[in-house]
Design a protein around this ligand. Structure first.
Ligand code: UDP
Ligand code: MG
Length: 146
């Protein structure tokens, strides 16, 4: 049984800079995922460090946080059946050299670091990452009645 989930995606600074933010979001919309929250942010280095705190011991942490604060990003909450895993599949592998044909990263990523898009990798990280950017009142309640 599939389950209705919410996940966080980031259209990373390379995609916004390259004017392909619409393409990244289009991959998700065409797959039937619903955008239930959306905003543009320009992360500070400190905010990027907080968002990626799970990677703080990794050798790429500092340059990743530089990249993530190098320009504006678009952050969004996506909702749908199995949204967390489906977003990861649509994104493709972290390294675009390994990403399958038809994935966002295969088409739009330029390197293992500047790889176009982020997606939460588990229910726990989705909860942390959604809360990092959005308050409850900023997320559309799809079951709302008029
Ligand atoms: N990253 C990097 N060098 C690496 C691995 C990852 O710069 O060797 C960056 C890349 O932007 C990646 C992010 O760090 O998207 C987070 O890494 P993770 O392993 O969580 O990949 P993801 O979940 O984004 O596929
Ligand atoms: Mg990750």
């Amino acid at each position: 049984m599939s389950e209705m989930e919410r996940t966080l995606t980031i259209v990373k600074p390379d995609s916004v800079r390259g004017n392909v933010a619409n393409e990244v979001l289009g991959f998700f919309e065409r797959a039937g995922l619903r955008i239930v929250a959306l905003k543009m942010v320009w992360l500070s280095k400190e905010q990027a460090e907080g968002f990626y705190v799970v990677h703080k011991e990794r050798p790429f942490y500092s340059s990743l946080c530089e990249f993530m604060s190098s320009g504006p990003s678009i952050v969004a909450v996506l909702e749908g059946d199995d949204a967390i895993a489906r977003v990861r599949t649509i994104m493709g592998a972290t390294n675009p050299a390994d990403a399958l044909a038809g994935t966002i990263r295969r088409k739009l990523a330029s390197s293992i670091q500047e790889n176009a898009v982020h997606g939460s990798d588990s229910p726990a990280s989705a909860e942390y990452e959604i809360g990092f950017f959005f308050s409850k009142s900023e997320i559309i309640q799809t079951e709302r009645k008029q």
